[in-house]
Ligand binder design. Structure first.
Ligand code: SF4
Ligand code: SF4
Length: 161
């Protein structure tokens, strides 16, 4: 079976949802303050991802990676991901979700499925992602029930947690 052909379509087509663990990980690996690479988009009904929405500036928002002026991921370059070793959980598991099912938003042919060691790594990353989502849900519940706050307040709480 084929493997990911590193065409970059997934890095250039969508916003990338991120979790608090992703933010801490990228910030500590790159030395960048979270405000440099974190953005938000307004929550919307019927989305596929299950990252919780957070009350930011009085509105329900989703945390995503910033996009460049040409509307591709902030960390994308034609040579590849600039933070590959530290990329978010969504990037590690894309285009699969639980039980190695295809994401609905998959932009590449659904003919490829990792095998052997690569598949095991995907399965492990998907498990880590599910675990992080549970902890993110808990965090969001506490943040939202406290009335939320600004993005910089949120990033400061995430950085310290
Ligand atoms: S996951 Fe699919 S869209 Fe993304 S780089 Fe691999 S083949 Fe391309
Ligand atoms: S962080 Fe890297 S792998 Fe993830 S969308 Fe951006 S460029 Fe692609």
């Amino acid at each position: 079976m084929m493997s990911c052909i590193r065409c970059g379509a997934c890095c250039t087509s969508f916003g990338v949802c991120i979790t608090p663990a992703d933010i801490r990980h990228i910030s500590s690996a790159t030395g960048m303050p979270p405000a440099k690479f974190v953005d938000t988009v307004q929550d919307y009904p019927g989305r596929e991802r299950t990252e919780p929405a957070l009350r930011i500036g009085g509105e329900m928002q989703i945390l995503v990676l910033k996009r460049s002026p040409s509307n591709v991921c902030f960390f994308y370059s034609p040579e590849g991901c600039k933070i590959y070793a530290h990329r978010p959980l969504l990037c590690r598991t894309y285009p699969f979700k639980k039980d190695m099912r295809d994401m609905l938003s998959r932009p590449c042919p659904s003919g490829w499925m990792p095998e052997g060691k690569e598949r095991k790594q995907y399965e492990k990353d998907i498990k880590n992602y599910e675990k992080e989502l549970q902890s993110f849900q808990k965090f969001a519940k506490e943040w939202n029930s406290g009335g939320g706050g600004s993005l910089s307040e949120l990033l400061s709480v995430i950085s310290k947690s």
